[in-house]
Design a protein around this ligand. Sequence first.
Ligand code: GRF
Length: 192
Amino acid sequence: MMNKTEMNIAIFASGTGSNFHAIVQDQDLRKNVKLLVCDQPGAKVIETAKEYNVPSFVFSSKDFIDKAAYEQRISEELRQKDINFIVLAGYMRIVGETLLATYEGKMINIHPSYLPDFPGKDAVGQAIRAKVKRTGVTIHYVDAGIDTGSIITQEKVAIDEGDTLQSLTEKIQRVEHRLYPKVIKQFLEAER
Ligand code: GRF
């Protein structure tokens, strides 16, 4: 029998949300994006969610005793909205076992390097400082490690002479904004 499960997506983001924007700009994807989860009250991404009529759950980790407690609260929100797929898009927290228990294998992340090169924070700066000739973008499943989950797709981005943190970030983000919606659509198609 065909699996006709509707894909209900939650996007997790902490900041600007340019990837969030790229995803919800796509008409097909927008219908499936049911929730923004944001850990930074005041983040720009919250405004973008409002513009696109995506409900948001905003929290402050300091209001909770520990990671398990806030992830428990997030889980309640996810359950209420029947979320069955999570897209991390600049979510600056390490996902803990509470969320992984339910969503491992159904949670993906985008990282601004050609993993396994330059995992963790400031991947673009790491690449500049390493003086390499190319970096990239990786979309991968989320596991308990930092940017270690199995890779879904990757694309290389050249670092040219004279590239700065800003110019390279822009190049990488252009790739991200094309690649992430495309990959999420493939998941959507696979569910149909
Ligand atoms: C992106 O570069 C993504 O690869 C990384 O965080 C950044 C988020 O940017 N995980 P934005 O908030 O989507 O603009």
